[in-house]
Design a protein around this ligand. Structure first.
Ligand code: TNX
Length: 755
């Protein structure tokens, strides 16, 4: 029975995807391909032929990886008539298809045709086809590929400031980009916590600004710091080498020099750059800092000098000038900034920020380059030629495209690889958020609200890897791989050719190559997904265990033991009628694909009963009332779809137990995350009623009386009731000196348990 079930699943998936692309570990999937019969044998006897000297680099590059993986290299032949040959043919494709290529593999010959970038991508496809094969006999399938990317900006960002990554690791990261045909590396080089690029004219930027006297340890809310000196920087020689390394891989580096905010490390080196001129330390903690570049001439001259050296080192068209998260407090109190506001007839400090960016843009443009900045540069008016990187959702990108400005999409919802990628409770500490692989894969960079003409301004997208919580190279690999591959397919493969299951199957094959390269990639695709369903008619709760059937079969236990391949096979939803602890693992051919996940369900008198709120939760945090009575308490760290939330308002609910019940205890969960403006309720009050109209107050608890700063637990005696009313009083306005000061606090609530 078990075998039959797995067989049917596999057969169905195979039927769905009968195209042979599944057999190839190719990511991103080529846009047009034809499968042919036969194969080509790549061996030390294979020769490589090309005429254009421009392509010599490609040979060196291809040979280096062939040597390390297979132990041999190809020699260049003087003509193309050879028994086993790879022919590279350079064509002038014109600006619109410079990245296009064709790859034809026939039994005795492989031909790759394209412009310089195109031929490089053809070789990347070939390398992916080799996948994890090694030795002197590499079998490649005969096929014909005609391929071209969907977007021109296919980017990955890396923050080397919160944590520093060595030049050799940066090269390894660039190799990952190259493998997935990504063409833009956004290198975030300056921050409050470290200045990482040598500037000859201002040596203190790195001598002082590249080192901090300690770092934040653990969660931000713990406010713990170590006292270890931490830092590092890239010399101009390092940078030249890396720029060259990237160029050989058809990757343009976009350097980011943050201004006017996120500039405390520069100010630590040269205090006169700030409004107050006071001595500062390089920041140790994360967040946003109030000391920013002062809008005076000497700062502009400094920035011009810095940009001169930056533009000499980085030959690409775009220079990223940051522009995000710049508090205006210091400018408000600064005589020089205020005088400038007057002189330039600016309305306020927001217009001063816009003036700042425009002045920098004028300079960068005068050198024949363009600026790109985070979407805050829209505020107070966009600089005339600036491109916008939309990170606070897509709105900034949409507004910029409507104003006919170039845009790179990078919304936090889909493109932040510092966010969790699997159940946060089971993952290493991350900054927050929840962006699993499937979400990245499902990202569509062209917003529906743009007309076809406006959409032309969207150059593409990129993912950002901020490193507050990413400390080691291994962890950086874990956070970016394989999400980088999903993004690459979003950006290269046209939507009509994309398919998530097909991608997952190719990805699983591609993992072999990552393993060969000792990449510490995340295995979230093998995690079993726990989904609770309620059957309202039958008043029953069911647990569905989900995983892609092609990737394996699910086994589970209910007695707390580790699932084995002999443990029960999951075939149909599990009825949750009593408290249950379920452990589950995905197995393929008897082997566990990853470690097990555990979930506990507490079935109680409130489970699956109906709830009504006096005021509905905020539309931003409203996954449905059922999350309050689904038998599962939300796990920490938070994933939003397990919580209901109110901004500024009290929560008031009525729970109908559907019949009169004896009640010993009532428990309701809340969240404390003050950094994110989420406060425990000031007070929680419990009422009961038998008719749902007349309620009697029974008990109240204040925020200090909550258990583990997490739940309000009411112990009752001799209480019988059908209806419960719970009022949780919102904290109201946030006190000054705290994040979100003077704004309304959020109240987050999850499970109710009645016993
Ligand atoms: C916001 S994205 C930031 C960064 C942080 C990041 C953490 C952007 C322009 N600014 O400074 O590192 O969030 O996710």
């Amino acid at each position: 029975m078990r075998k039959l079930f797995s067989f049917i699943c596999l057969a169905l998936v195979n039927l769905l995807f009968s195209q042979t692309s599944l057999e190839w570990p190719l990511i991103p999937l080529p846009n047009h391909y034809e499968v042919k019969s036969g194969s080509f044998l790549l061996s030390p006897k294979t020769e490589l032929f090309f005429e254009a000297t421009k392509l010599s680099n490609h040979l060196t590059y291809f040979n280096a990886s062939l040597q390390s993986q297979c132990g041999f290299q190809l020699t260049r032949s003087s003509d193309s008539i050879r028994p086993s040959v790879i022919i590279l043919e350079l064509v002038n494709s014109g600006p619109n298809s410079a990245e296009a290529y064709s790859l034809e593999i026939s039994p005795n010959k492989i031909k790759i045709k394209g412009d310089t970038a195109g031929v490089f991508y053809g070789l990347q496809t070939l390398k992916q086809l080799i996948n994890d094969q090694s030795g002197y006999q590499i079998k490649l399938p005969c096929l014909k590929i005609q391929d071209q990317p969907r977007f021109i900006w296919r980017g990955m960002h890396l923050d080397v400031c919160r944590h520093f990554f060595s030049p050799s690791f940066v090269k390894r990261y660039i190799d990952f980009l190259a493998m997935y045909k990504l063409n833009t590396f956004h290198w975030h080089l300056t921050e409050d916590q470290g200045w990482r690029i040598e500037i000859k004219k201002y040596p203190l930027l790195t001598q002082v600004g590249a080192f901090r006297k300690g770092s934040m340890v653990g969660k931000y809310s713990d406010s713990n710091y170590d006292t270890l000196s931490y830092g590092g920087y890239y010399t101009q020689e390092d940078i030249k080498e890396i720029v060259n390394y990237a160029q050989q891989r058809q990757i343009t580096i976009v350097p980011e020099i943050e201004m006017p905010g996120h500039s405390q490390a520069a100010i630590a080196a040269y205090p006169w750059l700030s409004c107050s001129g006071k001595k500062q330390e390089v920041a140790k903690g994360w967040g946003v800092f109030e000391d920013v570049f002062c809008s005076k001439d000497s700062t502009f001259n400094f920035l011009k000098d810095v940009l001169d050296e930056v533009m000499t080192l980085f030959p690409g068209k775009y220079i990223h000038i940051g522009g995000d998260e710049c508090p205006k407090t210091r400018w408000k109190d600064c005589a020089k900034c205020q005088a400038l506001i007057k002189k330039e007839h600016l309305k306020d400090e927001h217009e001063l920020q816009s003036y700042f960016i425009k002045r920098i843009e004028t300079y960068v443009n005068s050198k024949g380059r363009q600026i790109i900045g985070w979407d805050e540069i829209l505020e107070g008016g966009l600089a005339p030629n600036a491109a916008v990187m939309s990170w606070r959702g897509e709105e900034g990108g949409i507004a910029a495209a409507k104003q006919k400005h170039k845009v790179v999409m990078s919304p936090g919802t889909h493109c932040y690889f510092d966010h969790y990628q699997a159940s946060p409770a089971d993952e290493p500490l991350a900054i927050g958020g929840f962006t699993p692989l499937e979400k990245v894969y499902g990202y569509e960079p062209l917003p529906k609200s743009l007309t076809a003409d406006e959409a032309k301004f969207i150059m593409g997208a990129q993912a950002n890897v901020w490193t507050e919580y990413i400390i080691t190279e291994k962890q950086l690999e874990y956070m970016s791989m394989p999400r980088m591959s999903a993004l690459a397919e979003v950006l290269w493969t046209y939507p009509e050719n994309k398919n998530e299951t097909n991608y997952l199957i190719r990805l699983q094959k591609h993992f072999a190559l990552l393993e060969r390269q000792k990449v510490n990639f995340a295995k979230g695709i093998y995690q079993v997904n726990f989904k609770i369903r309620n059957d309202l008619d039958a008043k029953q709760l069911y647990l569905e265990l989900q995983a892609n059937p092609y990737l394996g079969e699910i086994h589970y236990t209910t007695d707390g033991s580790e699932p084995q391949s002999q443990s029960p096979l999951y075939t149909t939803p599990i009825l949750l009628s009593t408290d249950m602890k379920i452990k589950s693992t995905l197995f393929y051919a008897g082997q566990a694909k990853t470690r097990s996940l555990t979930r506990s369900y507490q079935i109680n008198k409130a489970t699956n009963k109906s709830i009504q709120f006096k005021k509905e939760p905020s539309k931003y945090y409203n996954p449905g009332n059922f999350v309050m009575v689904n038998g599962e308490s939300a796990k920490l760290p938070r994933i939003n779809d397990q919580w209901l939330a109110w901004s500024g308002d009290d929560m008031e609910l009525i729970l109908d137990l559907q019949k009169s019940e004896d009640i010993q205890s009532v428990e309701i969960g809340f969240l404390k995350e003050e950094l994110n403006w989420i406060y425990l309720p000031k007070e929680v009050i419990l009422f009961v009623s038998n008719d749902g109209k007349k309620f009697t107050e029974l008990q109240h608890l204040n925020s200090k009386q909550l258990t583990n700063e997490r739940s309000a637990l009411f112990q009752l005696k001799n209480t019988t009731a059908q209806y419960l009313k719970i009022i949780a009083k919102n904290k109201g306005k946030i006190a000054s000196g705290f994040p979100g000061a003077c704004e309304q606090a959020w109240l987050f609530s999850d499970e109710i348990k009645v016993k």
